[in-house]
Design a binder for this molecule. Sequence first.
Ligand code: SF4
Ligand code: SF4
Length: 189
Amino acid sequence: MGLNGAGPGFWTESGQLVGAVGRAMGVTLRNLFRKPVTVQYPDVQRPYPDRFRGLLALVYEKDTGEEACIGCRLCEYVCPPQVIKVEMLKAEKRNYAKTFTLELYACEFCELCVQVCPTDAIVMMKSFDLAAADRRDLLLDKDRLHALGLSFEPSWATGNRLRDMQAPPKPARTAAKADAKGEAKEPAA
Ligand code: SF4
Ligand code: SF4
């Protein structure tokens, strides 16, 4: 029995507790002088990764400055939750979208609309910055979608690029066929 009736277990546990507090304070002190890894968003923004895909937007054609959307409605047909609605406006030289709405609050960000767009008119932006307190603020019409297209940097992925990526490489296919034929001709050992 030790001081004031405390047993040896008491002193062992007290020593362990003091050691643990000391180690924890050591970690705190070491981190107190480290450079912070957080940034003061939105005043400071980190660069987005090359393949980041966020908000959806409509863009203008680079050469002519005209709206790139031809109102074909492919994006509307392919969208799984059916959040896109497009009305086509027929014109003499080309067609346009008379109206274009996208309910971003129900979007799955699957990118299918981007993948099917023949004119690369709908793209994802390098931003997720569209927080809203009211769902109606996330009902995007054609003007808002174009404004988003002008406000943020578009992601690398456009419909034409994504479709090119999905096409199987022809030389590889030919080589595989040749290999298969070669194996078939080989006599059994
Ligand atoms: S990303 Fe997917 S869910 Fe969102 S609008 Fe496009 S097709 Fe629809
Ligand atoms: S955004 Fe593309 S797919 Fe959708 S209506 Fe316009 S041109 Fe067609």
